[in-house]
Ligand binder design. Structure first.
Ligand SMILES: [Zn+2]
Length: 302
């Protein structure tokens, strides 16, 4: 099995500005060791910040849970419900996406206060926007950093999903990476339904201000371009493929399996058009999916 060299990628999640949730991701196509040799760019500064600095990091408690190595500022019970949930997520991600389970560690660093976490981020990732949690992939390590706060469960499900996926598929298109993480950030009992995204997209459809457009999502390369519409739509395409027909689920799984072997494999839109007939037909089906989910929400609410 060919193994791609791993590049520095930083994925940040949080709720601020116009984003209800989701990541802002910044990355460069240069190995961090090389980038760290340069001091002329802010990305080099960020890369230098990834060098180990044990004194900065939470280290009072260490819990190993499957693939996860959890370092916390505070006592954390091995049987904590969130830890059990994150362990179960490993199996869910593998089964739903048809990916193998990896033993590569994903390190979770949990800070006991927002102040300590913010100070760490300011020191180690200067210039990065404020976010509640983020995922970092280097050529040697997968790490998540988060402050323990009200939405920690959702944030860790999201970021840990990035870790599980990147342990076996190092290169995933931006929108698809986020769509998958948005899908798995919901509690298991929600079966991947993200009600905030359903309500958002249904509202935009009613306003006539949004239509599904997978080609536009595929063109996104800069995380700064990703709006709440994009996060919601990215989730929606993933949910549509996983929950409507076995054929669509297979297309998604085959795509990720091929991507794992070859980062330049045939893109998802091309694969969908082969079976759905056209991108127009795909978009119409995704639009109908949003409407059906929205109506089922109304039924539940009534
Ligand atoms: Zn993310």
């Amino acid at each position: 099995m060919m193994h791609c060299s791993r590049f520095l990628r930083v994925l940040l999640v949080g709720a601020c500005l116009s984003l209800a949730s989701g990541c802002l991701r910044a990355w460069q196509a240069t190995p961090w060791k090389t980038a760290a040799l340069s001091s002329s760019t802010s990305l080099a500064t960020a890369a230098a910040g990834l060098l180990p600095a044990p004194g900065d990091l939470p280290g009072r408690t260490e819990v190993i849970a499957g693939q996860l190595v959890i370092h916390a500022d505070f006592p954390l019970a091995e049987q904590h419900r969130l830890i059990r949930e994150l362990e179960a997520l490993r199996t869910d991600v593998s089964q739903d996406l048809g990916l193998p389970i990896s033993d590569e560690p994903v390190h979770l660093y949990l800070f006991d206060s927002a102040d300590r976490y913010d100070a760490f981020v300011a020191r180690r990732f200067p210039g990065f926007p404020a976010r509640r949690a983020f995922f970092v992939e280097t050529d040697t390590m997968l790490s998540v950093y988060a402050a323990w706060q009200d939405r920690i469960a959702e944030d860790l499900r999201h970021e840990t999903t990035h870790g599980y996926v990147h342990a076996v598929v190092p290169t995933v298109p931006l929108w698809h990476d986020e769509g998958i993480a948005e899908y798995f950030e919901r509690p298991r009992s929600d079966k991947g339904i993200h009600r905030e995204h359903v309500a958002h997209l249904a509202g935009r459809l009613l306003e006539g201000t949004w239509q599904p457009n997978l080609d536009a999502l595929e063109s996104l390369a800069d995380p700064g371009e990703m709006s709440q519409d994009h996060y919601a739509e990215a989730w929606c395409w993933v949910h549509w493929m996983l929950h409507t027909t076995p054929e669509r689920r297979e297309i998604l799984q085959d795509y990720l399996a091929d991507l794992r072997r070859d980062g330049k494999t045939a893109p998802l839109p091309l694969r969908l058009v082969r079976t759905e007939g056209s991108m127009t037909a795909c978009s119409a089906a995704v639009k109908a999916h949003v409407e059906a989910l929205s109506h089922s929400d109304e039924t539940v609410a009534n």
